[in-house]
Design a protein around this ligand. Structure first.
Ligand code: FAD
Ligand code: SF4
Length: 501
């Protein structure tokens, strides 16, 4: 009995369920297909990362004694679709069955279900299975991340003393919102000059996908498990100790600050999420890292990452159509070019274009916040986020964009919209000091556009938001606003929106 083991581009883990109990006569199929490279115009660096990591992983499997049928993008026989390549491999190898691991995207699962005689195994690389999540979510917890996270801490015995959280609290988020002092030094993460395999992929991507976002120039990302581990170890040593306090801070020219910069390799399968959490806990227990930093990092992986995946699979395909705030505006062209006077947006977009990366607060409180306040159509915003980041896969991108950033899911992910005026951006960054707009002003041609957009958003959604107790304070301030000033703010918001078209 022989089997064909299918490994997708974001399943580059030696302990992948599709590879379990692989026998001597079994074949591993890995295929680079145009369909996956172009279903959105992925950032050029993301394509280099995925294709180079796939090629390196295939070598590692061969080195481990497995037989790998690896189909390159430029192979003349390539049908350029996953289904086409599985069908072709069936013809060629005549396996008794096809074994795959559940994919990260709904559209691929639909496609996979159409493969003749396929066995789709659970993806054991996540710390909460899809069925497990469903049964937790059905248990009347209001489906909030915080309760899910506590359950996960207990289940995996992370940062626990018996049944209580270490330090007496589950969550140290309130201590993680400091402004970065001007003198603070930000260490550089390790960089990996492209080897022969990566250089070949860079040429392929530059030639085949010239109209994609970003460029292959300067590619220095980790493409093997060992390189990804090196990056994580550097983070543990140099940045995790400071991650907590300045998790929300932003600085011109420093997209990473003290963040891990691991999402792209983690989502590919080159890192193991449980090992990362255990390593952060060990660093805390050894005294190398304060509790608010270790807990903050672990919450992102054990909590948010698993939670958004659970929500995605629970609510798809409907989730991708939700538009609770009925946002219809088109995405401004500057989201692609970065050409805007708004310094915060210019920095976030330029960083993204250059590195296929921006940290969470840039994604949520700069680009996401602008899209929320301006009422940009969630379909357009989703499409942008799927294109621009090296770590973008729909299971994690969609709930973050449509749910967390845009509140288009009406509160499935978050309990209130993350709407903020320029004051928040000024508190957490040095952007406003270097902006031609005045963050203290709401009216006039030089007033910070976020201020008028913020009050205009509250005004537009006043009725819906009044049902949410967490919005009581801004709505009270709105109610106290002089009607003439509110009318002027509406006019200024219209002006800003017209300029953004
Ligand atoms: P760190 O800040 O150092 O956090 C460590 C790890 O925790 C991350 O690598 C990531 O795996 C996990 N994590 C942190 N926050 C989240 C979160 N909200 N959801 C899921 N995992 C989280 N993350 C993606 O992996 N892919 C995406 O396509 C993606 N799109 C996003 C879109 C929007 C609008 C927003 C607001 C967030 C998005 N995120 C996405 C979540 C988060 O911003 C990134 O995971 C993070 O910025 C990656 O950088 P890092 O590795 O330095 O993370
Ligand atoms: Fe952004 Fe307004 Fe600050 Fe300029 S002043 S950087 S537009 S928040």
């Amino acid at each position: 009995m022989t089997s064909l083991r299918v490994v997708l581009g974001d399943q580059l883990s030696l302990d992948l369920s599709a590879l379990e109990a692989i026998g001597a006569g079994d074949i591993v199929l890995m295929a680079e297909v145009l369909g996956e490279c172009t279903y959105v115009r992925h950032h050029a660096k993301k394509l280099v990362l995925v294709l180079s990591a796939m090629r390196h992983f295939a070598e590692a499997l061969r080195h481990g004694g497995m037989t790998v049928d690896y189909i390159r993008l430029d192979d003349p026989a390539n049908t350029q679709s996953l289904s086409g390549e599985v069908a072709r491999a069936r013809q060629l190898h005549r396996p008794d069955k096809v074994i795959a691991t559940e994919p990260g995207e709904w559209r691929v699962l639909e496609e996979m279900r159409g493969w003749e005689g396929v066995e789709i195994r659970e993806d054991g690389r996540f710390l909460c299975g899809i069925r497990q999540f469903r049964s937790w979510a059905g248990g009347g917890h209001g489906q909030r991340m915080e309760f899910f996270y506590r359950k996960m801490r207990r289940r995996h015995a992370i940062l626990m003393e018996d049944d209580a959280p270490v330090g007496g609290r589950w969550n140290f988020d309130l201590e993680n919102r400091k402004r970065l002092p001007a003198a603070a030094r930000v260490p550089k993460p390790p960089a990996f000059p492209p080897d022969t395999v990566t250089r070949e992929v860079m040429s392929l991507v530059a030639e085949r996908f010239p109209d994609h976002f970003g460029s292959v120039e300067g590619f220095d990302m980790p493409v093997t498990q060992a390189q990804a581990e090196t990056c994580f170890e550097a983070f543990l040593r140099e940045r995790l100790p400071l991650f907590g306090d300045w998790q929300d801070a932003m600085r011109i020219g420093e997209p990473l600050i003290y963040h891990a910069g691991i999402a792209a390799t983690l989502n590919l399968g080159l890192l193991d999420p449980l090992r990362l959490c255990r390593a952060a806990e060990a660093a805390y227990r050894s005294g190398a890292v304060p509790l608010n930093a270790a807990e903050g990092f672990i919450r992102q992986i054990l909590g948010w990452r698993e939670f958004v995946r659970g929500i995605y699979w629970m609510h798809m395909p409907r989730y991708a159509t939700l538009n609770a705030l009925e946002a219809r505006r088109k995405l401004p062209a500057f989201f692609w070019s970065g050409e805007t006077r708004m310094r915060c947006l210019r920095e976030a977009i330029t960083d993204t274009r250059r590195h296929a990366y921006a940290h969470h607060i840039q994604r949520l409180m700069i680009t996401g916040n602008f899209a929320l306040l301006a009422g940009i159509d969630p379909d357009e915003v989703d499409a942008w986020y799927m294109v621009v980041y090296a770590d973008a896969y729909q299971w994690v991108e969609l709930p973050n964009t449509r749910g967390m950033a845009l509140f288009a899911d009406g509160g499935i992910i978050g309990s209130k919209p993350y709407a903020a005026s320029g004051a928040y951006i000024n508190r957490m960054s040095d952007y406003c000091r270097h902006c031609t707009y005045d963050v203290r002003e709401s009216l006039g041609a030089d007033a910070c556009p976020f201020n008028a957009l913020y009050w205009n958003f509250m005004d537009r959604h006043r009725e819906r938001l009044s049902r949410n107790p967490r919005m009581a304070m801004p709505l009270r301030n709105l109610a106290r606003m002089d009607p003439k000033r509110l009318a002027a703010i509406r006019a200024r918001a219209d002006e800003v929106l017209a300029e953004s078209e």
